[in-house]
Design a protein around this ligand. Structure first.
Ligand code: UFG
Length: 338
């Protein structure tokens, strides 16, 4: 099966690329490198021992995407390309609606025109807003607290409407929890531009003394140690979830599932696990709560098990060990921390 990965050079896209190769599928990357580096392609070739097929361009370029789908006889699309920084979405909402909602619309139009009707979409646990309780099941009410979250909600609704109008579409909506970790080779991983917004890459940069101290946002949440609790999932497990979703679409029209581990860890538990994995100390200080953060967020995994036959295998120690291997090595790559 030929599978188009939009944003395939990015963090989750590149790990999914390798999972598809292992599974014997034929991935084609479409990326404009607006938030990734072409160096990733060399790394993918190094790991897979196979030439990477990559088309340079934007998902919103309708004639280009149609031509790519036809040229490579694409049978399914996994759509990773999108913007995902919450703070930036508040500052630049139009960029988010354009990149995410317009980008998705154009991609769907290209797929419709070329008769490619199988899509796996990267949604997010952000669509649950501030959940009333945990674990979060897929039928929980959805809400949003920022333009980024709103774009995910709007896209989900677009997909549901399209599939209701034309049942030949096959669609998987995957709601990611907190992807972390890196490929065990240490050759690909998350490459935040500027100071990381997310916890694990920030901890990793403190561990290599690239940053002096971790700010822990809030120690007065109603959680066991007062810090925020999240469902961290190894990016390798997440990549496997996409394979499972593609397989499940052979017998489903549309499915919406959480991809998480079902287990929540506090900020301080993650700090301790990272210290164990790296042998480095991670100094931290408590700061006021970060605007928009929730106390606890972790998935119910029952539906993913039932519909996809998938569940996460890797624990927090593996997530930290792989994130650390990547962090240690990434500083040596041509002087840039891609
Ligand atoms: N945190 C810190 N210090 C930091 C960064 C984070 O204490 O420097 C804390 C946060 O307050 C939170 C936890 O670490 O309690 C996790 O924060 P992240 O920023 O890593 O992740 P979030 O859960 O806030 O958000 C992530 C993605 C969103 C996505 C959401 C879905 O960044 O895009 O998960 O649940 F929408």
């Amino acid at each position: 099966m030929n599978v188009l990965l939009t944003g395939g050079a990015g963090y989750i896209g590149s790990h999914t690329y390798l999972a598809l190769i292992v599974y014997g599928l034929k991935p084609v990357i479409l990326d404009d490198f607006s938030n990734s580096s072409p160096t990733v392609l060399e790394r993918l070739e190094l790991i897979s021992h196979k030439p990477v097929v990559c088309e340079l361009g934007n998902v919103a370029d309708l004639p280009f995407v149609e031509a790519v789908i036809q040229r490579h006889k694409i049978q399914a699309v996994i759509h990773f390309a999108g913007s995902k920084a919450v703070g930036e979405s508040v500052a630049l909402p139009l960029r988010y609606y354009d990149n995410n909602v317009v980008g998705m619309t154009r991609l769907l139009q290209a797929m419709e025109k070329t008769g490619c009707r199988t899509l796996v979409f990267s949604s997010s646990a952000t669509v649950y807003g501030d959940p009333a309780k945990v674990p979060i099941t897929e039928i929980f009410p959805r809400s949003h607290t920022n333009p980024y979250g709103h774009t995910k909600l709007v896209i989900e609704d677009m997909l549901y409407a399209l599939q209701a109008a034309d049942s030949s579409w096959k669609m998987a909506v995957l709601r990611y929890f907190n992807p972390v970790g890196a490929h065990p080779s240490g050759l690909i991983g998350e490459d935040p531009q500027g100071p990381p917004n997310n916890l694990m890459p920030y901890i990793a940069q403190v561990a290599v003394q690239q940053r002096p101290i971790l700010n822990v946002y809030g120690n007065d949440y109603p959680t066991p140690d007062g810090t925020g609790v999240r469902d961290y999932i190894h990016v390798q497990d997440l990549a496997q979830g996409h394979i499972a979703a593609l397989q499940a679409l052979t017998s489903h029209g549309i499915l919406t599932v959480n991809l998480g581990t079902g287990r929540g860890y506090s900020v301080l538990e993650v700090v301790k696990a990272f210290e164990r994995a790296s042998g480095k100390s991670v100094p931290y200080q408590f700061m006021p709560r970060r605007a928009g953060d929730v106390a606890q967020c972790y998935a119910s995994t029952a539906l993913a098990k039932q519909l996809l036959g998938w569940e996460a295998q890797l624990d927090l120690d593996s997530m930290c060990a792989d994130a650390w291997r990547w962090q240690k090595g990434s500083g040596n790559v041509s002087g840039s921390a891609w």
